[in-house]
Design a binder for this molecule. Structure first.
Ligand code: GLY
Length: 369
């Protein structure tokens, strides 16, 4: 069995990523299908920053300049697209800026990257609806809020810290409180999309989105919420957020199948022929490790051990270590099952959060999210 606690998995990751450098170069991948070759998406697509995020992480861990050089080129593509066409970007500027401009600033102190990170934070803050107290996700539906945005709030806290201006974090707190009120159910499951009247700010209804329905429990959405609310606790010290994260984690853990890698929605009627979502497992693992950092000693084990079990299963049963030509690390990711898009594929964000979680287990404690 691959021992994720030794340096072995870290070594396997380094081999895979250094082998990918010449193949992927400064492309911006999203999905790899059966041939294992990652595509190249547009810089404004929400996943564009995960490859540079992987490279900055590897640079941080190894100080190998090759990672940094390609990461900088990816940064440049995304930053230029944002400056030239901000209208093509949405709330996911959080993912995109944190893993490019902010990461580079944190590692190198580059002032231009800091300026671009603050520009992105202002863009995200500008999406705030003061009546409904939420950050809108997409311009095409100005009353919609999606659970994924919990992860983008880290950009608001970074901006307050860097600029000394608390408005950014005030917005993040209002948004998190709104999602906590309407999006986290009593049983610890979450819904993907909340619909509000953008004019009055009134809540209208939950929408299924990437889960199978309004009352379903989309596993990646729950993973974003576990991680996002644990971060909210780290930033604010407000126990409500830690309790929310724990409650969502308990529902997530209770829903895991025998091999600890979740199906795409925890509430599918029957698991027969339903795909897994390895990315949800990777994201949840990193979020569970975040919870473990904040709970008392006697509670740490359940979160840390579950994260290790998920990561071990991913490494053992879902990783492509034995196929150097295959560019993705994890197989069996599911992007958007209801639309039939990106099912049973490698997803670059699954790879990113797998690497991030393994790095945390190896003592890496830089917080980009
Ligand atoms: N919409 C972001 C995700 O698929 O998680």
């Amino acid at each position: 069995m691959t021992n994720i606690f030794a340096l072995e998995t870290k070594k396997l990751i380094e081999e895979k990523i250094s082998g990918n450098l010449n193949k992927i170069q400064d492309n911006l991948p999203h999905v790899a299908g059966n041939d294992g070759v990652y595509d190249d998406t547009r810089p404004s697509w929400w996943t564009s920053s995960f490859w540079p995020g992987i490279l900055w992480t590897l640079y941080d861990l190894t100080e190998n300049e090759q990672y940094k050089n390609i990461a900088q080129s990816c940064n440049h593509k995304i930053e230029r697209a944002f400056i030239e066409h901000p209208e093509k970007f949405d709330h996911d500027i959080g993912f995109q800026s944190l893993l490019t401009s902010v990461f580079k600033y944190e590692l190198t102190g580059d002032e231009e990257s800091k300026r671009l990170g603050l520009l992105a934070a202002n863009f995200l803050a500008g999406r705030f609806n003061p009546k409904g107290k939420f950050i809108k996700s997409w311009d095409r539906a100005p009353g919609w809020v999606i659970v994924d945005c919990m992860m983008n709030l880290s950009l608001m806290f970074w901006a307050s810290h860097i600029s000394g201006d608390p408005r950014f974090k005030h917005i993040a707190i209002e948004h998190a409180d709104t999602f906590l009120k309407y999006g986290v159910r009593e049983d610890g499951s979450t819904c993907h999309i909340l619909s509000f009247d953008a004019e009055s700010g009134d809540f209208i209804e939950p929408i299924g989105g990437q889960g199978f329905g309004p009352e379903s429990s989309w596993s990646r959405g729950n993973a974003w919420a576990i991680y996002g609310f644990a971060n909210m606790y780290r930033f604010t010290g407000d126990e409500r957020y830690l309790n929310a994260s724990k409650k969502i984690a308990h529902q997530f853990i209770a829903s895991l199948p025998e091999d600890y890698v979740p199906y795409w929605d925890h509430r599918v009627d029957t698991i027969e022929n339903e795909p897994r979502d390895s990315s949800a497992g990777a994201i949840a693992s990193s979020g569970l490790l975040e919870i473990a950092d904040h709970v008392p000693q006697n509670e740490k084990r359940v979160y840390r051990d579950t994260a290790k079990r998920i990561l071990n299963s991913l490494s053992e049963n879902y990783a492509t270590w034995n196929n150097p030509d295959y560019q993705g690390i994890l197989v069996e990711g599911t992007g958007h099952k209801p639309k039939g898009n990106f099912v049973n594929v490698s997803l670059i964000y699954g790879d990113y959060f797998f690497i991030e979680a393994i790095a945390k287990l190896n003592g890496w404690n830089r917080h980009i999210f």
